[in-house]
Design a protein around this ligand. Structure first.
Ligand code: FMN
Length: 202
């Protein structure tokens, strides 16, 4: 199998999406990829963060994870993006990272890679799918190859979101079903990228 580079780029304020991102990194590694797990820069005001202890604590707990850079996107054959649902949309922190990719995009540096996305929301119908579809808009503009999990593994019939791994954080931290779904999603994205890489090299 072709070795592919997989970047897992995410934002998480209170740890839910971080847990999914870690599971995605495990899945990508198991599929044989070189993996970079990266959090995007925090852009919120320090007063807003310190007003919410769980937010401040998570930021401190993940300080050792490297911040995402444009080099990570350039390096990757496959990119999985993770974001909490914010009013049915992508978190502004991840959007700020995406909005800084203009020069790379202009040079064709984001085209023809594999992309996939995962999310978490507080409630079951709180906008997970609209968030994933919103991220999809970016992938279309980049000329990306979107690889959703669909129902390609039995775990998908338990986790239940063919657009991308999603977790309802109001029910607690991600359990084994969500984590397995994230691992499966990453594996599938990596396998697809590897097949593309092999085909392009043939
Ligand atoms: C500004 C803001 C907007 C949010 N919007 C939604 C929403 O539209 N639907 C929902 O179910 N949860 C919403 N949430 C809750 C988060 O999506 C949820 O807590 C998520 O799991 C947090 O992920 P994290 O722990 O990785 O930060 C919102 C939270 C914030 C702070």
């Amino acid at each position: 199998m072709e070795i592919v580079n997989a970047a897992i780029i995410y934002y998480s304020a209170t740890g839910t999406v971080h847990a999914l991102a870690q599971a995605a990194a495990e899945g990508a590694e198991k599929a044989g990829a070189h993996v970079r797990l990266r959090r995007v820069a925090e852009t919120a005001a320090p007063e807003a963060i310190s007003a919410k202890p769980a937010w401040a604590q998570h930021l401190q707990d993940t300080a050792d994870i490297d911040e995402a850079s444009l080099d990570d996107l350039e390096w990757a054959d496959v990119v999985l993006f993770g974001t909490p649902t914010r009013f049915g949309n992508v978190a502004s922190q991840l959007k700020a990272f995406i909005d800084a990719t203009g020069p790379l995009w202009m040079g064709g540096g984001l085209a023809s890679k594999v992309y996939s996305a995962f999310t978490a929301s507080n409630t079951a119908h709180g906008g997970q799918e609209s968030t994933l579809l919103a991220l999809g808009n970016t992938f279309y503009h980049w000329g990306g190859i979107i690889v959703p999990p669909g129902y390609t593994d039995p775990i998908q019939f338990q986790s239940g979101n063919p657009y991308g791994t999603s977790h309802v954080s109001g029910d607690g931290a991600p359990g084994e079903v969500a984590l397995q779904a994230a691992r499966h999603q990453a594996r599938r994205a990596v396998d697809t990228a590897a097949a593309l890489k092999a085909g392009r090299g043939a």
